[in-house]
Design a protein around this ligand. Sequence first.
Ligand code: GDD
Ligand code: MG
Length: 338
Amino acid sequence: TTVALVLAGGTGTRLYPASRADRPKQFLDFGGDGSLLASTVDRVAFADETYVLTGERYADAVREHAPRAGVLVEPAGKDTGPALAYAARRIREQVDDAVLVCVPSDHHVDGDFASVAAHACDVAVGTDGLVTMGVEPTRPATGYGYIEPEGRFEDGGDADTDDGVAPVASFREKPDAETARELVDAGCLWNAGIFAWTPDAFLRECRNTPLTPIVTADDPAEGFARAEAVSVDYAVLERTDDAYVVPATFDWDDLGAWDALERLTDAGLGVEERDGNAVLGDGLTSDASGNVVAGDKHVSLVGVDDLVVAAFDDRVLVVPKDEAQRVREVVSELREEN
Ligand code: GDD
Ligand code: MG
């Protein structure tokens, strides 16, 4: 039984101020076919069952955006590691012979997702390991995980086939800029953040990690309370020696931070290229280029380059575009009121 597990419990910090704690990025609509969450749920229509994994505070919004999916509510917001371990235990109780496809709700995907997912599920069942999808990197991004494949893909060494698979030699989450450059030069792949595994295989690999209590407790909610807040990438992927990577042969991007918008000007998301700037919403630019401008109000830029300017509600954010990941710094300070 193929079970799609859509991750939608994040707070979307880096897309502030469009994304706010009470309306995080998965519920935003970038001019595509509904919200990011709705289009993610559509993307996994191939699965026998679909659950959206989220926190209590977002459960009603999830039901609204994804009426055909089940909602699996995790006990608290502790990042993706505890959430996925908790979900694996719940699904194991409810569904026989499940294989899980875990899908974030902040991706833009174009292409044949279903066949790559079916291949990943076959590999997960065949190897009894953890399966990731690998993307050919195009820049030394610091916001992604990096996969070092053992050799290249089995059927001739290129990632553009749809039936390749390679064991993962090592995994490195969110390296610094210098390390990212080395990893790209060494032929590593980006972790698309989309995983396939059986509940048993995943829970086995959660042993001896910060997630252990969720595996060993009689009551998974009680174990969850004792587990560390940590992403699955740091907690499990960096530790396991039983992972495999399959090539992600679809177009892929992560809409995690504002700089993503300039890569998506032709993606039908409502982002327009205007005089060398990426503009979402109403905006005017003069003698300005390389900027990302987004807002629910009219924004004008004159004589400035390579900035992110985002204006939503009564909030304005300005940050150098190549430091767009740093939005986290200010939002963690605003956390109380945000
Ligand atoms: N249910 C639940 N609970 N979902 C969560 C939680 C949580 O506590 N925290 C985050 N999520 C959801 C987010 O809503 C998002 O859809 C997904 O999990 C991934 O979280 P991100 O915060 O966007 O992760 P990331 O982009 O920094 O990193 C991950 O994805 C990259 C590719 O997009 C990692 O897997 C990287 O290795 C990977 O390269
Ligand atoms: Mg992301």
